[in-house]
Design a protein around this ligand. Structure first.
Ligand code: C2E
Ligand code: CA
Ligand code: CA
Ligand code: CA
Length: 277
């Protein structure tokens, strides 16, 4: 049996090794993938609850890999962060999202566009200049661009993050705290930052209609946001009941599969004209 355990251990490490090598390969492929237009943006609508109006869309990146098919961000964003590709990736995402936002404006859809920003980017002092240049290039109003950052991104380097967030705010760009409620020492910092919005993490929202502790947390986060004068987005709204609970609690904006999954631009545009929202 000792032998069997040893074999099992070897099989396990072999699998791990293969996986690690595959990840390394993916990380190496990423720079070319960006240049060769293998990245895609999907958009998920954000809906103002009191009048059920679509007010924005979150851009969520995908990688159309020639062999592996459509890859989701959790499988390559961490690699991009580790391999120095997160800056070109973010630049690509920002550029594509801003240009799509301009197109929507031209066709009469006044939508805000939200983009996810990694911690590493938030610590780069020239990031606000990059954002500014992209906005100017496509004449997209800064106020319609929202950058979603996490609490941990702020806390990991408070001084630099504060400087970057402050300068983004001066440009008129909106800042949102993503995955809100999952961090630890959050509040003290958030109070000092020019933040416009918090997004309640979907882990609290997904089951709030059945798990009363989750509902209590959501209600507490909403109260907190109200006291700090922040707008609140709830993500992970998957059913009608959750929608009505959130509306009853005074949540401003909802996002989730109940309204729409993240979809490509073509599907988004037809959703805009056919959905009841
Ligand atoms: P996130 O920013 O928290 O984005 C929300 C995730 O929840 C998305 O997953 C979205 O598809 C999913 N979601 C939305 N509504 C629902 C729902 O009702 N139920 C459930 N179960 N899930 C829902 P996705 O697209 O796989 O993105 C995962 C994460 O990858 C994002 O989490 C974000 O942290 C990161 N990410 C995505 N795009 C980018 C990007 O361009 N740059 C960076 N740095 N990170 C990105
Ligand atoms: Ca987000
Ligand atoms: Ca989240
Ligand atoms: Ca996340």
């Amino acid at each position: 049996s000792a032998k069997r355990d040893k074999n099992r251990f070897m099989v396990y490490t072999q699998q791990e090794d293969t996986e690690r090598r595959q990840q390394l390969r993916l990380a190496q492929e990423l720079p070319d993938a960006i240049d060769n237009n293998q990245l895609r943006l999907h958009f998920q609508p954000m809906i103002r609850m009191h009048d059920s109006t679509v007010i924005g869309a979150e851009a969520l990146v995908r990688w159309q890999h020639p062999q592996k098919g459509l890859l989701f961000p959790d499988s390559f964003i961490p690699l991009a962060e580790g391999a120095g590709s997160i800056e070109p990736l973010t630049r690509w995402v920002l550029d594509a999202a801003i240009r799509q936002g301009s197109k929507w404006l031209s066709s009469g859809h006044k939508l805000n566009v939200s983009v996810n920003i990694s911690a590493l980017i938030l610590h780069n002092p020239i990031f606000p200049d990059i954002v500014n240049r992209l906005l100017e290039q496509s004449r997209f109003p800064a106020e319609r661009l929202k950058l979603e950052i996490t609490e941990s991104a702020i806390i990991s380097d408070v001084v630099r993050a504060t400087d970057v967030v402050t300068r983004l705010h001066e440009l008129g760009v909106k800042v949102s705290i993503d995955d809100f409620g999952t961090g630890y020492t959050s509040l003290a910092y958030i109070r000092k930052l020019p933040v416009d919005e918090i997004k309640i993490d979907k882990s609290f929202v997904l089951n709030m209609n059945t798990v009363s502790d989750d509902a209590v947390i959501v209600r507490t986060l909403l109260e907190l946001a109200r006291n700090l004068d922040l707008s609140v987005v709830a993500e992970g709204v998957e059913d009608r009941e959750t929608w009505y609970m959130l509306a009853g609690l005074g949540c401003h904006v909802a996002q989730g599969y109940y309204m729409s999954r993240p979809i490509d631009v073509e599907a988004f545009d037809s959703w805009l004209t056919t959905s009841p929202w």
